[in-house]
Design a protein around this ligand. Structure first.
Ligand code: GCB
Length: 571
C-alpha cells in the first residue's frame, strides 16, 4: 500500500519525469463480475489483444467517453495498460511511478508484478519501481481500477515491499513550509527513510524571482525574512509568491537532489465572527464547483481549468470549495498564482455510517490531502466532510478524531465540516470546529415556490447556528436548478427566471446576515451544471450551475456577478 505520494513532479538538474498521459489500452470487466481479471491474471497479458480492448485517454473519466450505457454506468473493475520504453540513459536513477489519482481503488502492476495498491480516489500516490525496470526495453504498466464505493468488497492482495540492496540514494521526499505575512519562516525537510541526514547538508534558499533573499542550512529550522510582500487573495492585494529552493549536498560537496517549492507569506486566523487573511477580514465570495465537463467528464483538463478560472475571475469571486473531493494539484497551484482562496474538501460526502473501518480510511485521506497541499498559500481551510449525518451520537467521536488529526498535521489552518442534513438543534459536532459551514436550499428543496419566505427562513436558520456555536459561519450552498433557455414569467421552477429570483431573494437575507456578523462568506451551488446519476429530481444532471455544463452564462450569473464585483471591493 502506498502512503507516500512524494512531491509534485519537477524537472531540474537532479530530477526529471516522463508524462504518461495519453491513450492507454482499456479493458472493462463485467460489472459485479467478481475479480475475474485478477483471477485470469490480466496483468500478465498484453491487454491490447484482449477481445474487449479499446483505448482510453488519461486523464479523464471513462464513463463519459463511451457510446454504451454499460460503460457509462459501470461499477467494478477496469484495466489500464501502457507500454513504455525506458532508456538506458535512465539507469542509475531512482525511478518512481506516480499517479495523480485513480478512482477509487487501484492495484498497480509493473512488468506483470504487483508493486502496490492505493485506496481512495483524487489524491496522488507513487511507488519506487527502480528494481523492476527493464532498461533499454519496453516496460508494461498495468493498473486495475475499481470504482465500487464500498471498500469492504475489495479483494486482498499480497504485497511485500522489497527494499533496495544497493547503497541507498538520498533524496528529498517532502517539504513543509510555514510562512506568515510578516516574514517569519519555518521549514522541515523530509529525506527518504533509507538516507542518513547526518551525511548530507541541506541548504535552504528563498528566492524572490531570481533574487536570493534568504539562506540557511538544516533539515528543519526557522528564521525571519525581511520586507516580504504577503500573498493576498484577489480583491485584497497581489498574490505574491516566492520559491524555496532546497538543495541536498553530500559530504564531498556533490549535489544529490534539489527541489523548488513555491509558497507565499500569509496567515489565516479567525475569531468567533470572521476569517482573517493577514489579519484583515476576509469575506468569501464564491462557488461550490466540480471537476466536470462535457465529453471529458471528471478529471484534470487544462483547457477546462483555465476557462473555469477565467470565468471565476470575471464573476468577481475570490474563493471556491473543492466540492466534494480534492481537485488536481495543478488547479491549486493555479489558484496560488491567481490569488483565489480554496477550501479543500475530502471525498467524504453524505456519511451515514461511522465505524472504525470508515474512520481509518477517512484518517488516511485527511492525512494525504493535507500532506499534498499544505504549502499552497491559496488553501485557507480543510473541509473534513460534506453533509455528514452529524445528528447521530457516534458522529461526535468520529469527527473529534479527524478534527484533532487535521490540527495535529497542520496547526496553521482552520478545520471545517459542511452541514446539510443536520440542524443546529441536533448536530453533535460543530462545537469541535473552527469554522462552521452550512448548506441550505430555501425556495428549492424547502418551500419550493415560496420565494417570499426565503429571506426570513435563511436569517432564522443561520442565526441559530451562529448563536448556538459562536463560530464564524459560511454559507457553502444555496441555489436552484435552471435549464438554460427555459423562460417562464412569472417564474416557475427550472426556469432561468426562478433561479435568478431565488438568488436575489437569498441575497437580501445575506445582506442582513453579513451586516450583523452572522456569516463570513457566501458560496452558491454551483459554478456550472454537472452530470449526476438519474433520479426524478434531475433533468439530465444537476442544473444548479450559474453556467451551463459547457460554460455559458445563465441569467443568474449576471445577478451574482454584480453582487460579487461590488462586495469584492469592500473586502
Ligand atoms: C447538496 C449537496 C450537493 C448536491 C446539491 C443538490 O446539498 O452537497 O452535492 O449537488 O445538494 O443540488 O442537490
Amino acid at each position: 500500500i502506498s502512503l507516500k505520494a512524494g512531491l509534485f513532479v519537477q524537472k531540474n538538474d537532479y530530477r526529471s519525469y516522463e508524462d504518461l498521459s495519453g491513450l492507454w489500452t482499456f479493458v472493462r470487466e463485467e460489472s459485479n463480475g467478481g475479480d475475474a481479471g485478477i483471477r485470469k491474471r490480466y496483468y500478465e497479458q498484453d491487454l491490447s489483444k484482449h477481445q474487449n480492448a479499446s483505448v482510453m485517454p488519461v486523464p479523464c473519466a471513462f464513463n463519459d467517453m463511451s457510446t454504451e450505457a454499460a460503460l457509462r454506468d459501470h461499477v467494478g473493475w477496469v484495466w489500464y495498460q501502457k507500454k513504455e520504453f525506458i532508456s538506458m540513459r535512465d539507469k542509475g536513477q531512482l525511478l518512481f511511478l506516480r499517479f495523480e489519482s485513480a478512482q477509487y481503488y487501484a492495484i498497480v502492476y509493473f512488468n506483470a508484478k504487483e508493486i502496490g495498491q492505493h485506496i481512495g480516489g483524487h489524491l496522488p500516490f507513487s511507488f519506487d519501481v527502480t528494481q523492476h525496470v527493464r532498461f533499454g526495453a519496453e516496460n508494461v504498466i498495468t493498473v486495475a481500477v475499481n470504482n465500487t464505493l464500498s471498500w469492504s468488497t475489495i479483494p486482498q492482495a499480497d504485497f511485500v515491499y522489497k527494499a533496495s540492496k544497493k547503497k541507498p540514494i538520498t533524496y528529498i521526499e517532502d517539504i513543509t513550509i510555514v510562512a506568515n505575512h510578516i516574514g517569519s519562516l519555518f521549514w522541515k525537510i523530509k529525506l527518504n527513510e533509507e538516507s542518513d541526514a547526518n551525511e548530507v547538508d541541506v541548504e535552504i534558499r528563498v528566492l524572490d524571482g531570481n533574487e536570493e533573499i534568504y539562506f540557511a542550512k538544516g533539515v528543519t529550522g526557522s528564521g525571519n525574512v525581511m520586507d516580504v510582500k504577503p500573498w493576498w487573495p484577489r480583491g485584497m492585494g497581489d498574490p505574491n509568491l516566492y520559491t524555496m529552493r532546497v538543495i541536498l549536498r553530500s559530504s564531498t560537496d556533490q549535489i544529490l537532489d534539489s527541489y523548488d517549492e513555491q509558497f507565499g507569506f500569509r496567515s489565516i486566523t479567525f475569531d468567533k465572527d470572521k476569517i482573517y487573511i493577514n489579519k484583515k477580514p476576509f469575506y468569501c465570495l464564491g462557488f461550490g464547483m466540480h471537476e466536470d465537463f462535457d465529453v471529458h467528464g471528471r478529471g484534470y483538463n487544462q483547457a477546462v481549468m483555465t476557462k473555469d478560472l477565467n470565468l471565476f475571475e470575471w464573476m468577481g469571486a475570490n474563493c471556491y470549495r473543492t466540492s466534494h473531493y480534492p481537485y488536481a494539484q495543478e488547479r491549486i497551484r493555479e489558484s496560488d498564482r491567481r490569488g483565489i482562496a480554496v477550501i479543500l474538501e475530502t471525498p467524504a460526502v453524505g456519511l451515514k455510517v461511522f465505524t472504525n473501518f470508515n474512520l481509518k480510511l477517512h484518517q488516511q485521506i485527511v492525512t494525504e490531502m493535507i500532506e499534498r497541499d499544505k504549502n499552497h498559500p491559496s488553501v485557507i481551510m480543510w473541509s473534513i466532510s460534506n453533509e455528514p449525518h452529524t445528528e447521530k451520537d457516534e458522529a461526535r467521536e468520529y469527527f473529534r478524531s479527524l478534527i484533532d488529526l487535521a490540527h495535529k498535521i497542520d496547526a496553521t489552518r482552520p478545520v471545517t465540516v459542511v452541514y446539510g442534513p443536520s440542524w443546529w438543534s441536533n448536530d453533535k459536532t460543530a462545537d469541535l470546529l473552527d469554522i462552521v459551514c452550512v448548506n441550505r436550499y430555501y425556495g428549492w428543496y424547502d418551500d419550493m415556490g415560496y420565494l417570499d419566505t426565503i429571506n426570513q427562513s435563511v436569517i432564522w436558520d443561520y442565526t441559530n447556528w451562529r448563536e448556538k456555536f459562536g463560530k464564524p459561519i459560511l454559507v457553502t450552498e444555496y441555489g436552484a436548478d435552471s435549464i438554460v433557455g427555459l423562460n417562464q414569467f412569472p417564474s416557475v421552477d427550472f426556469s432561468e427566471q426562478y433561479q435568478n429570483d431565488l438568488v436575489k431573494e437569498t441575497h437580501k437575507a445575506f445582506d442582513y446576515l453579513r451586516a450583523n456578523n452572522v456569516i463570513t462568506g457566501e458560496m452558491i451551488w454551483n459554478f456550472a451544471d454537472f452530470m449526476t446519476s438519474m433520479t426524478a429530481l434531475r433533468a439530465v444532471g444537476n442544473h444548479k450551475g450559474v453556467f451551463t455544463r459547457n460554460r455559458q452564462a445563465k441569467m443568474a450569473a449576471y445577478t451574482l456577478r454584480d453582487r460579487y464585483l461590488k462586495l469584492l471591493k469592500q473586502n
